[in-house]
Ligand binder design. Structure first.
Ligand code: NAD
Ligand code: IPM
Ligand code: MN
Length: 367
């Protein structure tokens, strides 16, 4: 059997910095656990634009379709802000999601005990938090037609369209219910059925799918109330199911419950391939962080935990994923902090690579 294959797309800004730490972790699993991967690397985002004048070359897209998992750092940055919309770095990421048909984006928000003090919310609100946001990722206003900027009379009009088919809602809902069955058996679906027809259809379809999962408690919430409830009492939730745009916003909001955006991993999953595993792309929820790029300050944990999700969802290595997550937890419990996680004065921050090394040391101690 060939080794499982991974395509690494480090991207821009802090993307390559955090991905360098994941490469160390991948090498560790090869050396110490006999888990060998065929790793290749390519360009995405601004880095791809610099070489190809495109944010994702066709050859890279083709490679992404063939591998067992794609790991992506982050894309974008001020150097590319002025580019034509069609070649902006973010379009490369959106093309990957759309063409790989990665409709289910899992964004877990877990508050590690060692960081409960550090959240911008009170400790008892976030301590022990473990929620999963399931964000529909290939449709909605991100992709709906018509779209564009058009002339109308003597002014321009910016247009985007929120559009959801029943089958798109259904498959995202199914993945949320399946996850809930393996977790706390609760799904809260968030839309705005009070003002949007797509929200009315969303609620109807989710309710119908829910009938196939009688053990799962289903509730519905308007997304604006959902945002408020996420900061008021986040532990009321188990799985949150929501659309592409609301999911983008709500997951950044959930990030702060865990202490930092630098902590949040994600898995973007599609339909099962011939081998039974889903097509998959793993990436941190954060972006390229231009304000700290190139300074060795970035927190690599979101990217490292994204690789843990790859071990779990693409490589059937749940126990090794647990090992990696436990190593991260140990490092945090030992007080190792990148600058974004500094809770108290007098604690010296570690660099991106020192954080990666600390995780390796904790992994070594685990065997
Ligand atoms: P961002 O997530 O890059 O940064 C927001 C804030 O969080 C910044 O202050 C940053 O320093 C901090 N931060 C983010 N990740 C961190 C980490 N790992 N460690 C420590 N601090 C971290 O969001 P932004 O500034 O709004 O966007 C910058 C660029 O990134 C834009 O071009 C945007 O389109 C892009 N972006 C890409 C992705 C992605 O590739 N998936 C996601 C979000 C934003
Ligand atoms: C994310 C990002 C992306 C999104 C951008 C970079 C296309 O914010 O992954 O959360 O809006 O989906
Ligand atoms: Mn986002």
């Amino acid at each position: 059997m060939p080794n499982p294959s991974i395509l690494i797309l480090p991207g821009d800004g802090i993307g390559p910095e955090v991905m360098a730490e994941v490469r160390k972790i991948i090498a560790w699993f090869g050396d110490k656990r006999g888990l060998r991967f065929d790793v290749s690397e390519d360009l995405v985002g601004g880095a791809a634009y610099d070489k190809h004048r495109l944010p994702l070359a066709d050859e890279t897209m083709a490679k992404a379709q063939e591998v067992d998992a794609v790991l992506l750092g982050a894309v974008g940055g001020p150097a590319y802000d002025g580019l034509d919309f069609s070649v902006k770095p973010e379009r490369g990421l959106l093309r990957l999601r759309k063409e790989m048909d990665l409709y289910s984006n899992l964004r877990p928000a877990q508050c590690f005990d060692a960081l409960a003090d550090f959240s911008s919310l009170k400790k008892d609100i976030v301590a022990g938090l473990d929620i999963m946001i399931v964000r529909e990722l290939t449709s909605g206003v991100y992709f709906g037609e018509p779209r564009g900027i058009i002339e109308e009379g003597n002014e321009r009009v910016g247009i985007n369209t929120q559009r959801y088919t029943e089958s798109e809602i259904e498959r995202a809902a199914r993945s949320a219910f399946e996850l809930a069955m393996r977790r706390g058996k609760k799904v809260c679906s968030m839309e705005k059925a009070n003002v949007m027809e797509s929200g009315i259809l969303w609620r109807e379809v989710v309710t119908r799918v829910g009938k196939d999962y009688p053990e799962v408690g289903l509730s519905h919430m308007y997304a604006d109330n959902g945002a408020m409830q996420l900061v008021r009492a986040p532990k009321q939730f188990d799985v949150i199911l929501t659309d592409n745009l609301f999911g983008d916003i709500l997951s950044d909001c959930a990030a702060m419950l865990t202490g930092s955006l630098g902590m949040l991993p994600s898995a973007s999953l599609g339909a099962p391939m011939e081998n039974g595993r889903p097509k998959a792309l793993y990436e941190p929820v954060h972006g390229s962080a231009p304000d700290i790029a190139g300074q060795g300050k970035a927190n690599p944990i979101a990217c490292i935990l994204s690789f843990a999700m790859a071990l779990r969802y693409s490589f059937d290595q749940g126990a090794e994923a647990d090992r990696l997550e436990a190593a991260v937890e140990k490092v945090l419990a030992d007080g190792v902090r990148t600058a974004d996680l500094l809770a108290s004065e007098g604690v010296e921050p570690v660099s991106t690579s020192q954080m990666g090394d600390a995780v390796i040391t904790a992994l070594d101690a685990s065997i």
